[in-house]
Write a protein that binds this ligand. Structure first.
Ligand SMILES: [Fe+2]
Ligand SMILES: [Fe+2]
Length: 290
């Protein structure tokens, strides 16, 4: 596949929805239906976003210069969306801290992981971003497709997650297309090998770190040991089984000719935009203050 035959839909428009969540309301500590494990996994994910998404932006933006006009435009929209996500998750994390959690260990772990990539060539950062963006896109698809995942959650917070999920789907091809463009002169097998190796590494770190982060937050709620492990693993793999349900989509990443838009899930975006309070608007000014 070359950069000129990308399956990203030609009429796809990546349009930031500049929304703000929960600034005026107090966050109940166990906001996810009173469940320690459900609250823990979503809080653990949210703790990683401000640092992680800043890294995605830097990694992809390094290839904007000289990129074809459409891709450069998409990179710009991608960075705007991710910047707003960081702002909203930063605000959410502060609220979670005010409700009693200490997220500092989790944030420190993300910083440590990302510091390893500092001295690597920029293309390695794009490969890691593309792998993590696939993760977020398939998690986002599952979150929007299956209402069970946010059942019982605080409404405003559920809305934050749905909004983020929607935009993750919308820009899911950007890091991938950046990679295809940046490696357009590489032999096919080398491309696949690097992509697959980085995905395996990223997956191991993602599973280990998010599990450890969730267990740390559950410990802060007084749930430890075998009970914590059982409850968390049940939630992630048995019911509602977010991780089990994304396993097939995760595997598709390794297939020859894979592209995130081979699964066209824009119907989920349309359904979201129909019910959301703020419609996508490219002319909207992005407010950065938290
Ligand atoms: Fe995001
Ligand atoms: Fe993203």
């Amino acid at each position: 596949m070359t950069a000129t035959t990308l399956p990203t839909p030609s009429d796809l428009s990546i349009t930031p929805r500049d929304r703000r969540f929960g600034r005026e309301t107090h966050l109940t500590r166990l906001w996810h239906g009173g469940s320690v494990e459900a609250t823990a996994i979503y809080n653990a994910l949210s703790a990683t976003f401000p640092i992680g998404e800043a890294y995605f932006v830097e990694s992809v933006r390094a290839f904007r210069e000289g990129a074809p006009a459409k891709l450069a435009e998409e990179i710009k929209a991608f960075t705007t969306q991710e910047a707003i996500h960081s702002r909203e998750h930063h605000a959410f994390n502060k609220r979670a801290e005010r409700s009693g959690y200490d997220l500092s260990k989790l944030e420190q772990r993300v910083s440590e992981r990302l510091s390893i990539t500092k001295d690597r060539p920029p293309i390695v950062n794009v490969a890691a971003t593309m792998a993590l963006e696939h993760f977020t896109a398939i998690l986002a698809h599952q979150l929007l497709a299956n209402p069970k995942h946010l059942e019982g959650a605080d409404q405003e917070t559920a809305e934050l997650w749905r909004w983020h999920a929607c935009e993750e789907i919308e820009h899911k091809g950007v890091a991938y297309d950046t990679w295809l463009y940046a490696t357009r002169h590489w032999p096919r097998f080398k491309r696949w090998k690097v992509k697959a190796k980085v995905m395996l590494l990223v997956t191991r770190n993602f599973l280990v770190d998010r599990t450890a982060g969730s267990l740390e937050l559950m410990r802060q709620d007084g749930v430890t040991g075998l009970s914590a492990w059982t409850r968390l693993l049940w939630y992630l793999w048995i019911r509602p089984a977010m991780f089990r349900k994304i396993a097939g989509a995760w595997l598709s990443y390794f297939l020859p000719g894979f592209h995130p838009w081979k699964e066209d899930d824009r119907h989920l975006l349309a359904a979201y935009d129909k019910t959301a309070k703020v419609q996508p608007n490219t002319k909207r000014k992005v407010r950065h203050a938290a």
